[in-house]
Write a protein that binds this ligand. Structure first.
Ligand SMILES: Cc1ncc(COP(=O)(O)O)c(C=O)c1O
Length: 405
């Protein structure tokens, strides 16, 4: 197995021209959910082969059905979910899948019910599609885990609506258990509501945890949900534009197929990459997961030693670290959304501001662990030093709004 790409020279990484490193000047780029660790050699080889064959035109039907089959096979092999490949459709990306679901599969006027903190575009995009977004802050259970507030979800669904479930969860890194998902399904079913299950991070689940596809928890869940996934996070091919939508209800499938051109924009090379990833990329992914798991522990160790006031639990899934700075010495007069900007100036580490993940994210930042361990360690040292250095305020950020407790 070819090793992961462990290039850790920021100058070299910047010179590659990725979005993540573009615009950095000596900072460690740990914001957007891209990986510095490369992709599986089988994916690279399949892409080279396709380009060498001149396969750079429109998506041929056999590539479309091939990617659908590879996705279905992966669901069965990896998660034990037997889903018919005939029910898999392609879209360029998961955000597009959500937009199509909102536009064509949801009753008009039904709100989008969004557990927060949430993936940033889900907070503001539905409003631009004419939908109300009801943020439902997650809560902390007696084991310190961020969990859905089912009572609040139930209340938000009083008039119906669609829950956007992200599992594994960006940004908290939670991997919802079968019991948690079944409990959500009972609430949704009782309300006659629906679920958009965003499972883009499903391949990235760490040792000791298991991805359970939402639609697999019960017949009712399969009927009231639409699942979207992709190889784009696990194998770092987000720029290639080929996500998959799994339509487990006949009604949803018929409604989806009645919309013309839903696969418009899916790239041929994206389908090639998805097939290679799902069919041949499992061993490489497992190697990546070992590395990412160690990165999570490394961050926890350095923060525990040097900045124990930072709240952090190594993620159960995803490569995202969700750092609670509400008890840390950051300037008290920061406006919502200014925390990551301050941290970037003070530490030279670029993160995502938790306020962009909804009001529940205020006082948090999201840090990307998909980089060489040396950079994770350096980022942790820098953040700790910033929180304890001269630019750190002697007051704490304080809870600027409801947040996971
Ligand atoms: C939970 C989640 N959903 C969707 C996306 C975006 O996916 P896509 O590029 O397929 O729209 C991301 C990207 O980070 C994500 O974390």
């Amino acid at each position: 197995m070819a090793p992961l790409d462990l290039t850790d020279d920021p100058t070299v990484l910047r010179a590659r021209g990725s979005l993540k490193w573009t615009g950095t000047r000596g900072e460690i780029a740990a914001w957007v959910a891209e990986s510095d660790l490369g992709t599986a050699p089988m994916v690279t080889a399949a892409l080279h082969d396709a380009v060498d064959r001149g396969l750079t035109g429109y998506l041929p039907p056999y590539e479309r059905s091939g990617a659908a089959r590879s996705c279905a096979d992966w669901q069965c092999r990896r998660y034990g979910w037997d889903v018919d490949a005939e029910r898999v459709r392609l879209v360029p990306d998961v955000v597009q899948a959500l937009q199509l679901t909102v536009a064509h599969l949801m009753p008009p006027d039904a709100p989008v019910v969004l557990p927060t903190p949430a993936y940033m575009p889900f907070v503001d995009l539905p409003a631009s599609w004419g939908r109300e977004v009801v943020q439902v802050p997650m809560v902390t259970d007696d084991r310190g885990r961020a969990v859905l507030d089912l009572q609040a979800v139930d209340a938000a669904l009083a008039e119906g609506g669609m829950v956007v479930l992200v599992n594994p969860h960006n940004p908290t890194g939670r991997v919802h258990t079968r019991d948690e998902l079944a409990a959500l399904a009972a609430v949704v079913e009782a309300r006659g509501a629906t679920v958009f299950a965003d499972e883009i991070h499903a391949p990235l689940v760490h040792a000791g945890h298991h991805h359970v596809p939402y639609a697999s928890v019960s017949a009712a869940a399969a009927q009231h949900s639409v699942t979207a996934t992709a190889a784009s996070k696990g194998w770092n091919v987000a720029g290639l534009k080929c996500a998959q939508v799994l339509l487990t209800s006949d009604e949803h499938l018929a409604a989806w197929d009645a919309v013309p051109h839903t696969a418009e924009g899916v790239s041929t090379l994206g389908a090639v990459a998805a097939m290679a990833a799902y069919d041949d990329g499992e061993a490489w992914l497992d190697e990546l997961l070992v590395y990412l798991g160690a990165n999570g522990r490394l961050l926890a160790e350095v923060l525990a030693a040097e900045a124990p006031e930072v709240g952090f639990r190594a993620p159960e899934g995803t490569y995202l670290a969700w750092l609670d700075l509400r008890g840390a010495a950051v300037p008290g007069d920061l406006a919502p959304g200014e925390l990551a900007r301050w941290l970037r100036r003070a530490s030279g580490v670029t993160t995502v501001d938790g306020a962009r993940c909804g009001t529940a994210g205020r006082g948090f930042v999201r840090l990307n662990l998909a980089m060489p361990a040396s950079l994770v360690e350096e980022a942790a040292h820098r953040i700790a030093a910033a929180l304890h250095g001269p630019s750190a305020a002697r007051t704490t950020a304080g809870p600027a709004g409801p947040a996971p407790r």
